[in-house]
Design a binder for this molecule. Structure first.
Ligand code: ATP
Ligand code: MG
Length: 601
């Protein structure tokens, strides 16, 4: 076996699971976000894939394999070519020798929709549910943490086609159950949370999060178990605003108070009584740049994901379809469109449009949005549109015009009261997103003309859902959730091998003979077993066995004099002396009981 473990932590690995997989010889870095899955890792990935496959098949899904090389035309039809090559820039694209643009599949909605368009004609063929397990390519901005965020990774993606919302909801629920089963059977502690649908589009979506400190996502949840959401999507009740002390409208000189903190200190008021105005610049897919002014209560923050979703909804106002970029413009960016220096830190919701000079591709006025936290304020403080001045005691519709679009773009925070029950407060946890299920609706079928004839003989767009599991990310997430100072502790169901036989001294013929015999018997009986017959010190071999995290270690040591071997459970470190003749049946029984426990939980 090509087996090599490292004593020290590799320099470029930051989180425990990444370090351990490298050290234990599971993976090897080939390039940024690109890894070789070595034999041990491949076995783990096959196990995870098999669990996924079994659960998908049980839900009636059909396995297929779609092309990774995808013609740009399909992506242009769906309208995602620009978003994926420019906005998120996450898709690898290339030109072939005929000068045709191609992409390496980051996801397969376009491919599957074109197949459905060709093959599905009638409601009689519906519903359909297809899936594949395959390598995906994404040119991630920050590939990191090993398999967690790769540029090449393994995903199971499934797509459903349904006649109506009700049927889609049913498939979505089936997938929810399948995903819960997959994670439970893989031995993971997880949580399903409400999620943002992002660039994939569509309405309802949920993510499956493996709870771990190293997770890149923040989950907000309530202790009563009634609410859990990705922070990108989460909602809550904001703290109540303090009543305002300013009953008269007045302009005040407030020198050097560009920040909320400073102005509150200067005016001796609460940040909940202040309307702050955050400037963004967004670029739409048609190249139009729009200056966006978001008015929000002083103590609250803007959630960029929610804001981007609102801007996408407003895109048609600018003859555009989607947002390509959203950023807070720095001085350099401002120089491109500002006709005069902006009163930064003192901007009011009604700052004049003539700060924007007339430039091609820049919308002439501000797009003004107001968060619901700000619309309720009375006698508030805000900027005076003049450096060094604020106004106090202002009211909407009196001194300050209410921005045109009222939206919810506020970031929910830990400690906020929950909407479903104000007595519950939001708690925060870190999670690794291993699965995501979406109700896509008709976004792709309408864009690409995938229709069917319903029972009444009418032509209707197909309703779609899509369902992804990060197979390689899930495998690493399992390590992130289960390790100790000595190494990995694989859940039995996805461990590369169930058992490892360690021969303490390979010069002892009896030890070797018993080990080899057990090795054959165990493998024949379906207990996947590795034999460590290297000519190394026993201590080295024990260390390696711990590091690679095989659930059961069998040692043909001193106990063989009494016809026994030592069996050590990796997780609990419990050691048992078991008669040689009983090893196969005992291990088989242990493995089965762990697996069935996980299945039935
Ligand atoms: P993320 O927010 O982490 O980038 P995503 O929302 O882009 O994920 P989806 O497009 O829903 O992910 O993909 C389905 C699943 O594929 C994810 O739930 C995740 O488990 C996995 N996945 C996505 N991107 C990567 C990646 N770069 N490396 C490894 N796995 C990934
Ligand atoms: Mg992503």
């Amino acid at each position: 076996m090509l087996f090599l473990t490292l004593r020290d932590d590799p320099a470029d690995a930051e989180i425990p699971s990444h370090k351990l997989l490298l050290r234990a010889g599971y993976i090897r870095r080939i390039g940024s976000g690109v890894y070789a899955y070595l034999p041990l890792m491949w076995r783990v990935l096959q196990k995870v894939s098999q669990i996924v496959r079994e659960e998908m098949n049980a839900a009636g899904a059909q396995e297929c394999l779609l092309p990774q090389l995808q013609p740009a035309d399909l992506w242009k039809e769906s309208g995602r070519w620009d978003t994926y090559t420019k906005a998120e820039g996450i898709m690898f694209s290339l030109k072939d020798r005929r000068d045709q643009e191609q992409a390496l599949g980051p996801t397969h909605e376009e491919v599957i929709t074109t197949i459905a368009r060709d093959m599905i004609r009638s409601y009689r063929q519906l519903p359909q549910l297809l899936y594949q397990i395959q390598t995906k390519f994404r040119d991630e901005i920050r590939p990191r943490f090993g398999l967690m965020r790769g540029r090449e990774f393994i995903m199971k993606d499934a797509y459903s086609f349904n006649v109506d919302e009700e049927s889609l909801e049913k498939t979505y629920q089936d997938m929810h159950i399948a995903y819960s089963n997959i994670l439970r059977r893989s031995g993971l502690a997880f949580r399903d949370v409400q999620a943002d649908s992002g660039a994939i589009g569509g309405s309802a979506s949920q993510e499956f999060m493996v709870l771990a400190e190293a997770g890149e996502d923040e989950v907000l949840y309530t202790k009563d178990g009634q609410y859990a959401a990705n922070v990108e999507k989460a909602v809550s009740l904001p703290p109540d605003a303090q009543p305002s002390a300013f009953t008269n409208y007045e302009k005040r000189e407030t020198p050097g108070t560009e920040t909320i903190e400073k102005v509150c200190e200067f005016l001796k008021c609460s940040s909940t009584q202040l309307v702050k105005n955050v400037l963004y610049e967004t670029i739409f897919d048609n190249g139009t740049s729009v200056l966006v002014l978001v008015s929000i209560r002083g103590d609250q923050e803007v959630n960029d994901v929610k804001l981007q979703n609102e801007l996408t909804k407003l895109a048609p106002k600018y003859d555009a379809k989607t947002v390509i970029k959203l950023a807070v413009p720095d001085t350099e960016a401002q120089a491109k469109w500002a006709s005069k220096p902006l009163p930064l830190g003192y901007i009011a919701p009604d700052v004049a449009d003539d700060y924007i000079k007339s430039v091609k591709n820049i919308a002439p006025g501000f797009l003004r949005l107001v968060d619901k936290t700000a619309t309720d304020l009375k006698n508030f403080v805000t900027g005076a549109n003049e450096s060094g001045y604020h106004v106090v005691g202002a009211n909407w519709g009196e001194q300050v015009k209410l921005p045109e679009f009222a939206v919810d773009v506020r970031k929910a925070r830990p400690g906020d009261r929950a909407k479903h029950n104000p007595e519950q407060t939001l708690e925060s946890a870190r999670g690794i997103e291993v699965g995501h299920i979406f109700q896509l609706g008709t976004k792709y079928s309408i864009a690409m003309g995938a229709t069917f004839t319903n029972e009444q003989g009418e032509e209707k767009p197909l309703l779609m859902g899509c369902y992804g599991v990060g197979v390689s990310r899930l495998a690493q997430a399992a390590v992130e959730q289960s390790y100790d100072k000595d190494g990995i502790i694989w859940p039995v169901a996805i461990a590369p091998y169930h058992a490892i036989i360690t021969i303490p001294n390979i010069n002892d013929a009896q030890q070797v003979e018993i080990a080899e015999k057990l090795y054959t018997q165990l493998n024949q009986a379906g207990v996947e077993t590795l034999l460590d017959d290297r000519n190394e010190r026993a201590g080295v071999k024990f260390k390696d066995a711990d590091l690679i995290g095989i659930p059961y270690r069998i040692v043909t040591g001193r106990a063989i004099a009494n016809g026994k071997v030592e069996v050590v459970e990796r997780k609990s470190r419990k050691s048992h002396e078991i008669a040689i003749a009983d090893v196969v049946s005992t291990l088989n029984q242990w493995i089965q009981s762990v697996n069935s426990e996980q299945r039935s939980q």
